[in-house]
Design a protein around this ligand. Structure first.
Ligand SMILES: *[C@@H]1O[C@H](CO)[C@@H](O)[C@H](O)[C@H]1NC(C)=O
Ligand SMILES: *[C@@H]1O[C@H](CO)[C@@H](O)[C@H](O)[C@H]1NC(C)=O
Length: 164
């Protein structure tokens, strides 16, 4: 009986992680996204607001938000004015935008045989079109990547969607 219960829980959990509105964020994703946020301008500053087309601590653009699946705050709708801004500005909601983006466009960006946080970091910075070029190829990218690589190697190795 207990065995079935565990199987059902696992199934429900895996399902809920990948449904449209992504209600739960897995722990390993939280740690990876924290690394990405810390590498971003302002070192994950929650008060950055929107500037030059980028919003919140992850500097999310509207295009990125749409590509991620128009994720909104609970009880909000994508059509509402400022739905994008309000979600991107709120840490938890912004994480769900990243998760939606990664879930759809995840791949082995650095061709090392695994898809982990390093690839999500590259995807986040380079965008879904061309995630393969090293992030540190530019001055700004190098600054970003240097900060990112200070993150705990365990956190950087986590976050594999591949196994699902
Ligand atoms: C997201 O919004 C854009 C523009 O408002 C729309 O074209 C697109 O179909 C929406 N995508 C989803 C998954 O709802
Ligand atoms: C750029 O990053 C790669 C790993 O993605 C690393 O091997 C290389 O040494 C880095 N180059 C510089 C100049 O930091």
């Amino acid at each position: 009986m207990q065995k079935y219960y565990i199987v059902i829980c696992v199934l429900l959990f895996s399902y809920s992680v990948f449904t449209e509105d992504l209600p739960y964020i897995p722990n390993y994703g939280v740690r990876c996204m924290r690394c990405i946020c810390t590498a971003t301008i302002g070192d994950c500053d929650l008060t950055l607001g929107c500037k030059e087309g980028y919003c919140g601590p992850f500097r999310i653009s509207r295009v990125y938000w749409i590509d991620a699946g128009n994720i909104t705050l609970p009880q909000d709708t994508p059509e509402r004015n400022n739905a994008y801004e309000d979600c991107a500005l709120e840490y938890n909601c912004a994480q769900r935008i990243l998760l939606g983006y990664f879930h759809q466009y995840a791949r082995d960006c650095n061709s090392d045989g695994v898809t982990n946080c390093d690839d999500y970091a590259m995807l986040h910075v380079n965008g879904r079109g061309q995630c393969h070029p090293p992030v540190n190829r530019t001055e700004r990218g190098k600054a970003w990547w240097d900060k990112y690589t200070k993150c705990d190697p365990l956190d950087r190795a986590e976050f594999r969607f591949q196994q699902f």
